[in-house]
Design a protein around this ligand. Structure first.
Ligand SMILES: Cc1cc2nc3c(=O)[nH]c(=O)nc-3n(C[C@H](O)[C@H](O)[C@H](O)COP(=O)(O)OP(=O)(O)OC[C@H]3O[C@@H](n4cnc5c(N)ncnc54)[C@H](O)[C@@H]3O)c2cc1C
Length: 432
């Protein structure tokens, strides 16, 4: 087994710990041995969460070498995989069998277990969070016992364990429901913010997937309308390389750097960047549309609100950003997800509008995060578990009707609190 002393840092570089024992097992027996012989464990996937979920005084367990595809059933389109597999590895393997995932977030670097554990989502009102694509998972509990949790045969445990924050045990295998590979017709254009609010229902119902980006205080937003299609792709690799990978990445990074040293330029720069988005109409393979180029290092909070309040919330959000005169040179992102019944899912029981508040550390992050949280809690928002937030356990308890049930299950599965860290204790309102 691969064991090292490691200084851990997450993708966003806002979480760091020195000298952690880092275990990378290759077999299930090794994982069980680690669980049985250590008293404090956190599992880390790709380290792409901004929230301090993977900081521990004990050991860090990583399943990068426990990442094999075990079985692909072409008839049911179900795929059994070891839980350390990265989304990009999974997508690549599915592609060889003309399969794909029905929805994705903006990147494919996460491990499948890490992505589901925090309620990672894409966009589209017909689609739930990514965890809904899991139909079965294998969990290794704190005593090393192995249990199988299945959508049909153990629905309660299933609802509890998809968004699990790594505190019910180690997810070692998953069965994923894939779909036949499909292309997407992508129509990208700029539209005034007010028009998006007015026509929101139309955009949501007439597209399979819909999201928009906003660079404040620009009046226009960049809207993305995606439809599944059987039509052939017409998107060239050269266009993707030049426009998506070189132009947008390099020009954008240059402008961001400029704004770091000359913050007064931020609003003008945002207007310039928005004006550079021209009408784009292409057909491409689904993952090439869902996944965006890797952004520069930045910080995120993202909150889930009840879709029925969407119009009022969007208006208030725009007013909030404008009144506060926030200097944000990162895109602000609005997405949508279908309601689900996962106990700790931010979309539990309600169709959801997500507002992603993204910024650079130097853009007054701490102060602005608090201001955004005041706005978000006023509108009954629920924070994304993988992103930054300061909310306390009493607020969370009030937001999730199964919160106490989840805590009871956690205590039953992990009576010695092996999988807890300080951050989770704070979220759960547990004494040290
Ligand atoms: C650039 C960027 C873009 C992003 N885009 C999106 C997006 O589009 N949509 C979205 O919703 N989120 C997005 N995120 C957030 C990200 O998807 C989540 O934070 C996700 O949980 C990270 O997955 P990971 O594999 O890195 O897990 P980690 O961050 O390493 O861990 C997350 C949680 O999973 C647990 N975990 C990991 N593996 C296991 C296991 N085997 N068993 C039990 N628990 C486990 C950990 O203990 C921890 O609690 C983005 C993040 C970044 C940095």
């Amino acid at each position: 087994m691969n064991v090292q002393q490691l200084s851990f840092s997450n993708w966003g570089e806002n979480i760091k710990s020195s000298s952690t024992n880092y275990f990378q097992p290759k077999t299930e027996e090794e994982i069980i041995t680690i669980i049985k012989t250590n008293s404090k464990i956190r599992v880390v996937g790709s380290g792409h969460s901004w929230s301090p979920l993977c900081i521990t005084k004990g050991i860090l367990l990583n399943l990068d070498f426990y990442n094999k595809i075990l079985e692909i059933n072409k008839e049911t389109k179900q795929v059994r995989a070891q839980a350390g597999i990265k989304l990009w590895q999974l997508i690549k393997a599915l592609k060889q069998h003309q399969l794909s995932l029905e929805n994705l977030g903006s990147i494919d670097q996460q491990s499948i277990a890490g992505a589901i554990s925090t309620g990672t989502h894409g966009t589209g009102l017909n689609f739930q969070i990514l965890g809904s694509q899991i139909v079965e998972l294998t969990l290794l509990k704190a005593n090393g016992e192995k249990i199988t949790i299945n959508k049909q045969s153990t629905p309660d445990l299933y609802a509890a364990s998809i968004v699990n924050l790594g505190c019910l045990g180690v997810v070692s295998e998953v069965v994923i429901q894939a779909v036949s590979a499909f292309n997407i017709a992508d129509e990208t254009q700029t539209i005034p913010f007010e028009t998006v609010i007015e026509n929101l229902n139309t955009y949501l119902t007439q597209n399979d997937y819909f999201k928009f980006w906003w660079l404040p205080p620009t009046e226009k937003t960049i809207i993305y309308q995606f439809q599944q299609t059987n039509k052939k792709t017409n998107d060239s690799r050269l266009r993707r390389l030049f426009q998506d990978r070189i132009l947008s990445v390099l020009v954008y990074r240059f402008v961001v750097l400029l704004c770091k040293f000359f913050p007064n330029l931020t609003h003008a720069a945002n207007r310039f960047l928005t004006s550079q988005i021209h009408y784009l109409n292409r057909i491409a393979e689904s993952e090439n549309v869902f996944i965006v180029p890797e952004p520069p290092k930045h910080l995120e909070t993202e909150w889930a609100f009840d879709l029925k309040d969407a119009k009022a919330i969007l208006k208030d959000y725009k007013t909030f950003v404008e009144t506060e005169k926030l200097n944000l040179s990162f895109i602000q992102e609005i997405r949508f997800t279908k309601a689900d019944n996962f106990w700790l899912s931010s979309c539990y029981g309600r169709d959801t509008i997500w507002i992603g508040f993204y910024a650079y550390k130097h853009e007054n992050w701490e102060t602005n995060l608090k201001k955004f949280e005041t706005f978000a809690t006023k509108h009954n928002g629920r924070p994304h578990w993988g992103k930054l937030s300061n909310v306390n356990s009493s607020y969370l308890k009030q937001q999730y009707s199964n919160f106490e049930k989840f805590l009871a299950l956690r205590a039953e599965f992990d009576p010695e609190n092996k999988f807890l860290n300080e951050y989770l204790r704070k979220c759960f309102g547990l004494e040290k």
